[in-house]
Write a protein that binds this ligand. Structure first.
Ligand SMILES: NC(=O)c1ccc[n+]([C@@H]2O[C@H](COP(=O)([O-])OP(=O)(O)OC[C@H]3O[C@@H](n4cnc5c(N)ncnc54)[C@H](O)[C@@H]3O)[C@@H](O)[C@H]2O)c1
Length: 316
């Protein structure tokens, strides 16, 4: 008997992480339905699979309801603007997709008996007072600050996801995604890697906020997709950190980008934005033990791939 392809809904599938995930799911033999309203995503991100017979694209806003005919095995809810630039311009859309969009994604998962994966974030830890961040840390979030819309939308999304698990027995997975980078990030994304790359490739100085001593840890996109799929296939229903524990300062990141490009470093400085986390580093003990996952791609190799992508995009 021929085994039926698993049917998987990806919300936010035209975005950076979502489009890589859709491609990988197609490679793994899934039937993939992507819903995206293109508020921060691009149809071009899906160019490689748009015409694939197992792929369907629906342009729609998930806050307005999700209607899918037929069966679904998995719902991967990634829809949400996610960059700091969006926090200032799209706070209401972010709150709506975190609340109403997540509610609708859970509703369709429950109706179809599907497993629901929520793309949560390290931002649920806010500006952390514990370091590195384990899943048990409850966070230090300013609900009314500039980042509050995003942080609280994801904290609500986690809460309602756990409520569906407890009340309806829904199979849920909650990925706390830490900074991820790679091709298909937006040129004007506002996150540090696209910012630095576009600045360095166009002959400008890199903008450091404060003295550049704040830390981040960066996970390459293929590692992230692998981590998300392992989580999906696990039976672990509590939040789990997925990210790269290699911590570096923003200035060190800048130095590495200049080194790869073989150019002399130049920087300008600006005031630190409010509530910007000073340190960010995942404790991935759980991901290692439960998912047998850890990042494999060297930072420099990932940065080179990403630079190639931005170089091409800048020539369009
Ligand atoms: N990239 C990261 O470093 C990172 C870190 C932590 C968490 N995440 C989470 O991962 C997910 C994907 O992030 P990304 O970096 O790919 O961002 P992205 O902006 O590239 O992708 C998000 C996608 O969701 C779509 N979308 C937004 N609101 C929608 C709505 N109401 N209806 C339908 N589609 C909608 C956008 O058009 C976009 O295609 C997000 O939920 C984000 O919070 C990302």
């Amino acid at each position: 008997m021929v085994k039926k392809a698993p049917c998987t809904l990806v919300t936010g599938g035209a975005g950076f992480i979502g489009s890589h995930l859709c491609e990988r799911l197609i490679d793994e033999g899934h039937q993939v339905i992507c819903i995206d309203n293109l508020i921060t995503g691009r149809r071009e991100n899906l160019a490689a699979i748009t015409d694939h017979p197992r792929f369907t694209f629906i342009e729609a806003d998930v806050t307005k309801g999700i209607n899918i005919e037929g069966s679904l095995d998995y719902v991967l809810h990634l829809a949400s603007p996610a960059s700091p630039a969006d926090f200032a311009t799209l706070p209401i859309q972010i709150l709506k997709v975190g609340a109403l969009g997540t509610h609708n994604a859970l509703g369709i998962a429950k109706a179809k008996g599907a497993v629901m994966l929520l793309a949560s974030t390290s931002e649920v830890y806010g500006d952390p007072l514990e370091h590195p961040q384990t899943e048990e840390y409850r966070g230090n979030v300013n609900p009314i600050g500039i980042r509050g819309a995003y942080d609280e939308s994801k904290r609500f999304a986690e809460a309602i996801t756990m409520a569906y698990h407890r009340i309806h027995g829904l199979k849920v997975r909650i990925a706390r995604i830490f900074n991820t980078f790679g091709p298909r990030m937006r040129l004007n994304d506002g996150r540090v890697i696209p910012n630095f790359m576009v600045q360095a490739l166009t002959g400008k100085s890199l903008t450091l906020y404060g003295d550049g001593s704040q830390t981040r840890s960066f996970c390459y996109i293929s590692d992230m997709v692998e981590g998300l799929l392992r989580l999906l296939e696990s039976d672990y229903h509590l939040p789990i950190n997925i990210g790269n524990p290699l911590e570096m300062t923003i200035r060190e990141l800048g130095e590495l980008i200049w080194k790869i490009l073989g150019k002399k470093p130049k920087y300008t400085t600006k005031k630190m934005p409010p509530d910007d986390p000073a340190r960010r580093k995942p404790d991935i003990t759980k991901a290692r033990e439960i998912l047998c996952w850890e990042p494999k791609i060297e930072l420099e190799a990932g940065l080179k791939e990403t630079l190639d992508y931005f170089r091409e995009r800048l020539q369009e």
